[in-house]
Design a protein around this ligand. Sequence first.
Ligand SMILES: [Zn+2]
Length: 141
Amino acid sequence: MQIPGHLAIALAQSRLPPFRSSRRRLFLLLLASLFPDIVDKTIGYVFQAMPNGRHYAHNLFSLIGLSLLVTLIGGKAAGYAWFSGYLGHLLADNIQRVPWFFPLKKYRFNKGRLAFEPAQLLREGFFLALVLLLNHLPNQR
Ligand SMILES: [Zn+2]
């Protein structure tokens, strides 16, 4: 999944009660939804220190460790927002392979390249626009 899809999922999550009332939690949710790609694609494709863009930040240990760190710094609500955004990212990426137990389990990292597929971007852009539209509708209670 690419940036528009990850943002769409995080914005859909933002409709849930814990995130609706706080801009700070919404910011953490959105940041966490992009964080694994910001870290791993920078390491993999910019610095070329790994063969692809899913490794150090795309695993269970980063999810839990960084969520605990955010909780220690910002409190339980901030940690929950971070955890939710980060988990949403990993689950969305799980359509393709996610190295959930790296570095404890060995994975063969195939050489990848940073590519933006226009059709995929269009689908995710449509998904993002739909979520933005739904987020601006009044709550139906
Ligand atoms: Zn990713």
